[in-house]
Design a protein around this ligand. Structure first.
Ligand SMILES: Nc1nc2c(ncn2[C@@H]2O[C@H](COP(=O)(O)OP(=O)(O)OP(=O)(O)O)[C@@H](O)[C@H]2O)c(=O)[nH]1
Ligand SMILES: [Mg+2]
Length: 325
């Protein structure tokens, strides 16, 4: 695919996006969301690196949970509080949004949930259609997150679902939350799917009413203690009780999130995303070749992608494999 922008235009877009201009940033994201974005990504991320944007100090926070648990409302509340409390810091939200047409309104599309100054440069929202029915992370979500990390101190990712999606988002996040509601039956569902071990922390939202909130909190912490006892040495993850309605627990949650630092797992993340891409593109045969490739350490995603593509391509060409293998 031909790259749409000249080097000068790209530089200008990056400069303006870094300044908090929303339209240039949206333009860059739109290009990343197109299929076969390799050429563009290569230029973009090279240019970002040259301009000193590594994204390494940005924290990625995953928020997932059943439809209607209040993830978007929480993020709305959270962002107002964030803007007030941290005048020097910036945050972005990516909502992988499968159910907007069902629940009536995409992420914060229902403006009554949140009113932000329209010209506020420290916050950016992006909604993406999900690839799978139940909110699977898109193949390009990862690249969009990489870009946003360069410009924002915090990047939040909202996804819906039970099972695979929590795992997907936790792989992209430095810190991942599972959002539940009191006595919603979620716990049993999550326990069954083995998902309780995946998030770093839990949010029990809609804790509007004390007695119900407390009972639920105890059930959840007991479940987590039980799971901890099954794997000795583990710790019980924190559980936050929140209510968007009464504003309960939001400042504590904010405190917890802003005190976290991104772990040193970007290299691991890059290789994992490469694996995912190879599996989609070439199946198990691709994965087998991938395991034989010696990658240089700490190169960027596009370098790995190009290497993998070449090696796998060679094997197809010399007839030692077919895609259907
Ligand atoms: N009572 C009460 N209602 C809440 C609370 N948080 C959210 N809601 C309501 O719950 C409904 C769903 O909230 P959303 O924020 O859209 O939930 P979501 O998890 O983002 O939903 P999906 O994106 O569709 O999965 C809305 O009607 C909210 O107003 C809360 O703390 N208490
Ligand atoms: Mg939502």
């Amino acid at each position: 695919m031909a790259v749409k922008f000249s080097p000068e235009e790209l530089k200008e877009l990056i400069r303006n996006a870094a300044d908090g201009e929303k339209f240039p940033l949206a333009k860059l994201i739109t290009e990343l969301e197109k299929p076969n974005s390799f050429e563009f990504r290569k230029l973009l991320f090279d240019e970002l690196e040259k301009s000193g944007f590594s994204g390494n100090s940005s924290l990625t926070v995953g928020l997932t949970g059943t439809p209607g648990a209040g993830k978007s409302s929480l993020l709305g509340e959270f962002s107002s509080e964030f803007l007030k409390r941290f005048p020097e810091r910036k945050m972005a939200v990516v909502a992988v949004d499968p159910s907007s047409h069902i629940s009536g309104g995409s992420f914060l599309g229902d403006r009554t949930r949140l009113s932000l100054p329209t010209r506020e440069k420290r916050i950016y929202f992006r909604s993406q259609p999900s690839q799978l029915e139940l909110g699977g992370v898109n193949p390009y979500t990862y690249h969009v997150i990489r870009l946003l990390r360069c410009f924002f101190d915090f990047v939040f990712v909202e996804t819906v679902g039970i099972g695979q999606n929590e795992i997907e988002v936790s792989k992209l996040a430095d810190l991942s939350f599972l959002v539940m509601v009191p006595l919603g039956g979620d716990q049993i569902q999550f326990m069954k799917s083995g998902i309780m071990e995946v998030p770093d922390a839990f949010i029990l939202n809609k804790c509007d009413e004390e007695a119900l909130a407390k009972a639920s909190y105890h059930t959840l912490t007991h479940t987590l203690e039980f799971l901890r006892d099954l794997s000795p040495g583990g710790s019980v993850p924190p559980v936050f009780m929140t209510s968007v309605k009464t504003k309960r627990g939001i400042p504590d949650l904010l405190e917890y999130i802003v005190s976290e630092k991104p772990g040193d797992k970007r290299e691991e993340e890059t290789l994992l995303q490469i694996r995912k891409w190879v599996k989609n593109e070439y199946g198990n045969f691709g994965l087998r070749i991938l395991s034989e490739i010696h990658f240089p350490k700490n190169a960027d995603y596009e370098t790995y992608e190009a290497l993998a593509e070449t090696e796998i391509g060679k094997r197809f060409k010399d007839g030692s494999a077919t895609r259907s293998e």
